[in-house]
Structures are given as structure tokens and as C-alpha cells.
Design a protein around this ligand. Structure first.
Ligand code: HEM
Length: 433
């Protein structure tokens, strides 16, 4: 059995730009640092080099391995008993605020595994109860709320001025939609945004010490508010997601208790809002300019644009798994306890699956072969909602905006994270119809 691969010396860019084909030899081999600005802005060349040279590779200084090809990522995702989601990979606060953060955490509802970071049989039971809220019928019922939110936001965009489309449209749409779907009402949108920002806290990046305390306090506010809302739904159920989650499953008589539900609701905010925001913004980048009018004239092409944006962007860049027994993956021996980062971003550009993997081609055959929503038992429960939101966003935008021009496309920046990917802001000039 081959031993572990060489220490990581991926080819990482020396400047924040992808290399033209065939000039990799000019690049300096450097250890891959997932926290480095250059990598977070443009990870794709480094991942491509890893796919070619060492698709299962240890990341120096991080204590985990990165898996970069589609076949190996899928192999892991198909086998949740060997590759557990109970990873417990939580970024710890810096020493100067650690005691205060721990005090705040101890005064709230403990962090419990629900879906994302859980394994069967617990995961199976929670997923079954949660699935009731995301059936095709439930999704159809959500569409009018999503459309009303999108139409109001698109209608409020000023004609001829430069606006940040992230701030004015792509952030408030998923926040407004999930608030309505949960049954929280428009007056709670600002709270939902605050909770959502805090919930993604230090995901895949580094947080200032003072922000840590802010995040923990906001999560306590969120927990208290959710416990009150759930109590209200049990006394008097309504037609909303909180009522479905708070109630017992009519088929099994089973129901989730509040500690689990509050953790699950936090997970819906973590998993759903930021990702959908970045998907919407990126889909506008791909269609701004000349393609915009064509899309407006043929809106049946919108779902393909959404799908290809999902593949290229991979808003969730990857997820962690923990190896539960000694195993061999891609010819590399992994001892029990090894932690893997499955790069969905890299798998989505695997040249063995996608022709011209770096090109935006909504007409490609293999368009749905990406793993932007994962695969297997943890496949995204909100995929239908995310696709719905992005589709409706583009439909409403193209129907009321005649043209979109990205202002200074060269200065667009991505989030400082290796786990989440998306534009921090998107200044555009729009002309209304
Ligand atoms: C573009 C938007 C989205 C992307 C890219 C995305 C991505 C993902 C991915 C990759 C996973 C699998 C994680 C794994 O492999 O362990 C996942 C799971 C999940 N997603 Fe999404 N997601 C999106 C939108 C949403 C929305 C709108 C919701 C809900 C409102 C949501 C809720 C969840 C939940 C609860 C899980 C855990 C499922 C489980 O472990 O059984 N996501 N998502």
C-alpha cells in the first residue's frame, strides 16, 4: 500500500491571477495555505495542480487533508460510515477573548449536532422530520413569497445609478424569503440578517477578537427569540416552517425538542442565506452586459445559467469529514481519525468530468454533474429553495432591468474564506425598462 503523499507543495499563484494555459512552470511551488488571501481569492489553479499531482494531500499546519477530484470526493460522500460528518471542526476564539466566549456559550443552548455535522441514526431521524418542510409541494407554496420579495427589491433599484447589487438585492432576498418562510414577518428581517451574519461567524476565515463576543451575544439573542417563537407555534400552529418543525410528524408521532430545533434553525441560516446570496450575485456577473437581453428574451434559459453558476462558483467550497477506520483513499493510507476537506470547488472543475472546466457554458451536457449541493445522505436539503430563489431573482431582475453593467469588474473581491465563496460586493449600473 503506498504511504502518505509528500508534504503539500501545491502550485499556488504568486500573483492573484490564474495562469494562462501552459505557463505553470513559471509558478513558485509553495505550501498551500487556505487562510492566505491569494488562495482565497483564486483557489482554482492550486486545486488544478493538486488534481494532477496529488488528489489526496495533507495541508501543512492545518492537520487535515484536502481531496480534490470528483471520483474521490464522491467515493467519500457515498460512504458515511467510513467518513463521518461528526468532525467537531470548530474555529476556536483567540486567547484574549476565550474565557468570555466560553462564558457566553455556557449560558445558552449547547451546540448539538443536527444535520450537517451529524451521522446516522440521529441524522436520519432529524432529516426525516426536517424533510417535511422542503417537499416539492412546500417549495411551490414558497414561490409566491420569494417572488414578492424579489419583485419588491428589483422594483426599488434606482435607474442609471451605481448600486451594490449584493447589498441591495442578493443579501435581502434570501433573508426576506427565509423570514417569510419561517413565519417571522418582515419586521424581523434585520434580526434575521444579524443572526445569519453571526451564525456564519468565523467560517473558513479569521475573526477580530472583539467580533467574537458580538457573534456569541447575537447567537444568544437568536436562541431566546427562537424558543419564544417555537412555543407560540405549539400553542397556535400557523402555515409556516416554524410550525411544521415544532409539530410532531403525523406518520411517526415523533418530534424534535427545542435544543435540537434551535440548533437546526441556526444551521438553516448558516447553510442557506450566505450561499444563496453569493449564487445570485455571481449569476448576475455571468449574465451582465450583452447576454442580459438574450436572457430576458428567453427566460427558459435561466435555470441553466443558475446551474452553471453553481458549478463554477461552488458557494460552499467544501466540507470536512472524519475517517472512522484505517482506510485507503486514492492510493493514500489514511489512519482512523484523519480529517478530510472535500473540495467541492475543485471537483466541480475536474477535467475528467467537465470539458473546458473553467469556462461558463450553460449549454454543457454534464451541467448537473456538479457537487455544489454535496451528494449522498447530506445532500443539501435546501437545494430546491436555493435554485428557486436564484431563478426567481434572475427572472424578476431581467423583467424590470433593461441592462446591467458591472462597474470595474477587475476590482471585484471574494469573501476572505476558503469555505464560502462569493463576491463581497457587486457595484453595477442598471437601466430600468
Ligand atoms: C446556493 C445555495 C446553497 C448551497 C451552495 C448549499 C450547499 C450545501 C452543501 C454542499 C451541503 C452538503 C454538506 C455536506 O456535504 O456535508 C448542504 C447541506 C445542507 N444545506 Fe444547503 N446549500 C444552499 C442552500 C441552502 C438553503 C437555502 C438551505 C435551507 C434554507 C440549506 C440548508 C442545508 C442543510 C440543513 C444542510 C444539511 C443537510 C444534511 O446534512 O442532511 N441550504 N448545503
Amino acid at each position: 500500500m503506498p504511504g502518505p503523499a509528500e508534504p503539500l507543495t501545491a502550485l499556488t499563484p504568486t500573483a492573484a491571477a490564474s495562469p494562462p494555459e501552459g505557463v505553470q512552470e513559471r509558478w513558485a511551488p509553495e505550501p498551500l495555505d487556505p487562510y492566505a488571501e491569494a488562495f482565497q481569492q483564486r483557489p482554482h489553479a492550486a486545486y488544478a495542480a493538486l488534481r494532477r499531482t496529488a488528489p489526496v494531500h495533507p495541508v501543512e499546519g492545518c492537520g487535515w487533508w484536502v481531496v480534490t477530484t470528483m471520483d474521490l470526493v464522491r467515493e467519500v460522500l457515498r460512504d458515511p460510515s467510513t467518513y463521518s460528518s461528526l468532525v467537531g471542526h470548530r474555529t476556536e476564539p483567540p486567547p484574549e477573548v476565550r474565557a468570555d466566549v466560553e462564558r457566553l456559550r455556557a449560558s445558552g443552548i449547547p451546540r448539538l449536532p443536527t444535520l450537517l455535522s451529524n451521522d446516522p441514526p440521529d441524522h436520519t431521524r432529524i432529516r426525516r422530520l426536517c424533510n417535511r418542510a422542503f417537499t416539492p409541494r412546500a417549495l411551490r407554496a414558497m414561490e409566491p413569497d420569494v417572488r414578492a420579495t424579489a419583485r419588491a427589491l428589483a422594483g426599488a433599484l434606482p435607474d442609471g445609478e451605481v448600486v451594490d447589487l449584493v447589498e441591495r438585492f442578493a443579501v435581502p432576498l434570501p433573508v426576506g424569503a427565509i423570514s417569510r418562510i419561517l413565519g417571522l414577518g418582515p419586521e424581523r428581517c434585520d434580526d434575521v440578517r444579524r443572526w445569519s451574519d453571526a451564525a456564519i461567524g468565523a467560517l473558513g476565515g479569521r475573526l477580530e477578537p472583539a467580533r467574537w463576543l458580538d457573534v456569541e451575544q447575537t447567537m444568544l439573542d437568536f436562541q431566546q427569540a427562537m424558543v419564544v417563537e417555537l412555543e407560540q407555534r405549539r400553542d397556535r400552529p400557523r402555515e409556516d416552517l416554524l410550525s411544521v418543525l415544532a409539530s410532531a410528524d403525523p406518520d411517526h408521532g415523533d418530534r424534535l425538542d427545542d435544543d435540537v430545533l434551535v440548533n437546526l434553525l441556526r444551521e438553516l441560516l448558516v447553510a442557506g442565506n450566505e450561499t444563496t446570496t453569493r449564487l445570485i450575485a455571481e449569476s448576475v456577473v455571468h449574465t451582465a452586459g450583452e447576454p442580459w437581453e438574450r436572457l430576458a428574451a428567453a427566460p427558459e434559459g435561466v435555470p441553466l445559467v443558475v446551474e452553471e453558476t453553481l458549478r463554477l462558483l461552488a458557494p460552499t467550497q467544501g466540507m470536512f469529514r472524519r475517517v472512522t477506520r484505517d482506510v485507503e483513499l486514492g492510493g493514500v493510507a489514511l489512519p482512523e481519525g484523519s480529517v478530510l476537506f472535500l473540495s467541492y470547488s475543485s471537483a466541480n472543475r475536474d477535467e475528467a468530468v467537465f470539458a473546458q472546466p473553467d469556462a461558463f457554458r450553460p449549454d454543457r451536457q454534464e451541467i448537473r454533474s456538479h457537487v455544489s449541493f454535496g451528494h449522498g445522505i447530506h445532500a443539501c436539503i435546501g437545494a430546491g429553495l436555493a435554485r428557486l430563489e436564484a431563478r426567481v431573482a434572475l427572472e424578476e431582475l431581467t423583467s424590470c432591468v433593461r441592462s446591467v453593467t458591472v462597474v470595474e469588474p477587475g476590482s471585484l473581491r471574494y469573501l476572505p474564506s476558503f469555505l464560502l465563496r462569493g463576491l463581497t460586493s457587486l457595484p453595477v449600473r442598471i437601466t430600468r425598462r
